[in-house]
Structures are given as C-alpha cells and as structure tokens.
Ligand binder design. Structure first.
Ligand code: ATP
Ligand code: FE2
Length: 328
C-alpha cells in the first residue's frame, strides 16, 4: 500500500510518499521564509501554489513510484492558516480526481503524533506535541487523542519566533535561539508559568523584551528562555506520566528538534525508569510523509471523503478527530 500526502497548513509546502510500516519512499519540501517579520498567510499560500507542481514530481521521482502505484491521496485538512490549507487541499483534490484514487483527510496535529509514535515503536506513550501553533501534552483514550494540558496563549514555537524577530532576528526563531543559547552563561529570572497541566508564554515574551531593552544579551536571553520554557514543558509531561501511569514519552512537532528539550525530557523520563523518543528532525517539522502515513492508517480503517465535502477546517483540534485505526 502506497499513499501520497500533502502538507500545507502553514509555512511549509511538502509532499510525501509512504508505504507500509511508515517507510518514507519520497519526501520533497520547501519552507516559505518571509523577508522580514512573521508569516503573511496569503504570501505563504502563493509560495505553495508556485512550488506544489514541482514538489509532487520530485516526491514521486525520488520514491521511484508512478502515479498508478499511489493508492490514496491524503491531505492536511486542518488546523492551520486558511489560504495555505486551501492550496494543499486543491492539489490533493486534483490528484485524487486525476488518478481516480480516494481522498483521505488528515488532522495535522494527529499526523505529528502518529509519525512520532510509529518511529518510536512505542504503543501507548504520553505525547509532548510542541510546535509553532500548538503545545499539548496528550494521551490516547476512548477513540481519540485527549489533550491533558496545553498552552493557554500562544504555541511555544510561535513564542520563540516572535521573541527572536523582536530581538532583531529572522523567522524561524526556534533554531536560531537554540544556537544563541549555546553562548549564554547567565540564567536570567523569567516568569515560570505552569497552571496545573497548562502553560503560558506571553508573560515570558514581555519579560524577555523588557530585559533586552535594559541591556540583556540575546545569548543570555536565549539560554534563559530555553531553560525556563523547556522546564515548564518537562514538568507538565512528568505530571501526565504520573497521573496516566504511562511509562514512555514521545516528542513531536517542530520544537521537538531542540536538543535541550530532548535532553531534559529524556533525563526526566530516565529518572523515573521510563523511556523517551524523538523522531529525526526532518520528520519533526511539518512534512508530507507524516500526512501520508496518517492517511494510510486512516484509509485502512475506512476513512475517506468525497471531494464535495473536503472543505478545509482551520480550527480542527487534536481532540476532535476520531482515530478508528487505534484500539482503546
Ligand atoms: P503546528 O504543528 O502547531 O501547526 P507549525 O506547523 O507551524 O506548527 P512545525 O513545523 O511543526 O510548525 O514547527 C515549526 C516551529 O518549530 C517553528 O516555530 C520553529 O521555530 C520551531 N523549531 C524548529 N526547529 C527548532 C529548534 N531546533 N528548536 C526550537 N524550535 C524549533
Ligand atoms: Fe506542524
């Protein structure tokens, strides 16, 4: 079984071709990088429109697969930026009609989770999904992924991006902050905002900007923000493990590329005698392979959608999606 997946929820246009056991046969991606400031949805969508034809060709040719061998076309139906989602949905509908193959809708957040879970080989872990727009601690139960805790304001990646741009840097901020943090030496006091199972970042954003205006270096700020924010995520993940009596953590989403976050979560898990896993970085950030893999799981479980009903869902939450491919 071979499935093609289309990702276009935000900054990245990507096409993946995936077979059984999440074997990634082909993956072609291109990220929109705004010349300055944050992402403008329409400009990102224009980027995707231009890039998709070549990305589909590249993914198929690197997979050495012809369109005839593709058995279903999956696409990220939501959540995300409306104009960006619509470009990917249009490409997916076109391919589905052209090749006469079923169209399979996929939730982008569930896709981050499923690709991380299959690569981990762990059946039922707690999941820490940390990305641009989302920050959630998740466990599966009663047919869906349940959000045990999450950000009360912005996603951690959006917070890092916004902070870095306001310090004079460029999008994406997360990897740049990771590099700058390696040069930081002083741990500056920042708000540590954990509310039960939830977290918040806007106080830390304001406090960092105030410290910078008073002369704090970008390196010390980057270091302090990483230590504080990733400690908050590690704390709520540990609480989820304890309450849910789970023995493993799997990380997913773009911020799961971060070495400090990976190390902190691993140290916490190991101190409890548990394990932790994070996928290779190319599969943590937005990519078409995670959409294709989740589409394969969903399609095998009977999920498909008529073109006429395949409108995008910019606000579709993780816990609104049934997971008929999972037991329990
Ligand atoms: P969502 O899944 O919520 O829709 P997204 O689709 O915008 O988010 P992802 O590709 O999953 O995006 O994640 C992108 C985010 O990951 C960006 O905010 C980026 O700064 C952050 N990021 C990428 N690499 C790193 C890193 N090494 N350290 C910290 N953050 C990182
Ligand atoms: Fe994402």
């Amino acid at each position: 079984m071979v499935v093609l997946g289309i990702e276009s929820t935000a900054h990245t246009a990507s096409v993946g071709v995936v077979a059984e056991n999440a074997e990634v046969l082909g993956l072609a991606s291109d990220m929109y990088r705004p010349p300055a400031g944050g992402i403008h949805p329409r400009e990102a969508a224009n980027h995707h429109v231009e890039l998709f034809p070549a990305l589909v060709e590249r993914a198929l040719s690197s997979a050495k697969v012809s369109p005839r061998e593709i058995e279903a076309v999956a696409f990220a139906q939501g959540p995300g930026l409306g104009p960006c989602l619509r470009t990917g949905a249009t490409v997916a509908r076109t391919l589905s009609l052209l090749w006469n193959r079923p169209l399979v809708p996929v939730n982008h957040c569930v896709a981050h989770i499923e690709i991380a879970r299959v690569l981990s080989g762990l059946d039922d872990p707690v999941l820490l999904y940390a990305s641009g727009g989302n920050t959630q601690v998740i466990a599966h139960g009663s047919g869906r992924y349940r959000v045990l805790g999450e950000t009360l304001d912005v996603g951690i990646g959006n917070f890092l991006d916004k902070l870095w741009i306001s310090l004079g840097g460029q999008f994406p901020g997360g990897p740049a902050i990771e590099r700058a943090a390696l040069e930081g030496v002083d741990l500056l006091p920042l708000p540590y905002s954990v509310h039960g199972m939830d977290v918040a970042f806007s106080g830390m954003l304001t406090a960092s900007q105030v410290l910078h205006s008073r002369g704090a270096s970008r390196e010390n700020l980057a270091y302090s923000v990483e230590v504080t924010a990733y400690s908050m995520l590690t704390e709520i993940t540990e609480r989820a493990l304890a309450h849910r009596k789970k023995e493993a953590v799997v990380l997913g989403g773009g911020v799961a590329c971060n070495e400090r976050l990976r190390t902190m979560v691993r140290a916490m898990a190991e101190s409890r005698g548990h394990t932790s896993f994070a996928p290779p970085k190319s599969l943590c950030v937005d990519n078409g392979a995670m959409i294709a893999w989740t589409g394969l799981l969903a399609w095998r479980a009977g999920v498909r959608i008529p073109v006429a009903e395949s409108g995008v869902l910019p606000r579709q939450r993780t816990d609104l999606v049934d997971t008929p491919w999972r037991s329990g």
